[in-house]
Ligand binder design. Structure first.
Ligand SMILES: [Zn+2]
Length: 81
């Protein structure tokens, strides 16, 4: 396993929407693999980061469930697995 992270950002979104997106993702990651959720702001741009332990069964970028995947690519974000 390796430590992975996913950013949620966008000046067009509200903080509440970023946190909602992050918590939805964190829920999908699962409590046993979730490390922490942090946030920072850069001028008007907010960034929420979800840190978690990644496994080969899930895409290390977006945590998409890759169980049974044989294409070698994440169908969600295109990352090679
Ligand atoms: Zn992915």
């Amino acid at each position: 396993m390796r430590v992975c992270y996913k950013h949620f950002r966008g000046s067009f979104k509200s903080w509440q929407q970023l946190f909602l997106d992050a918590t939805d993702f964190a829920t999908g990651v699962g409590a046993d693999r979730l490390i922490s959720i942090s946030h920072s702001s850069d001028h008007s741009d907010g960034v929420v980061t979800v840190w978690y332990w990644g496994t080969p069964e899930r895409c290390y970028k977006c945590a998409y469930d890759l169980t049974g995947n044989e294409s070698g690519k994440c169908p969600e974000c295109g990352t090679a697995v």
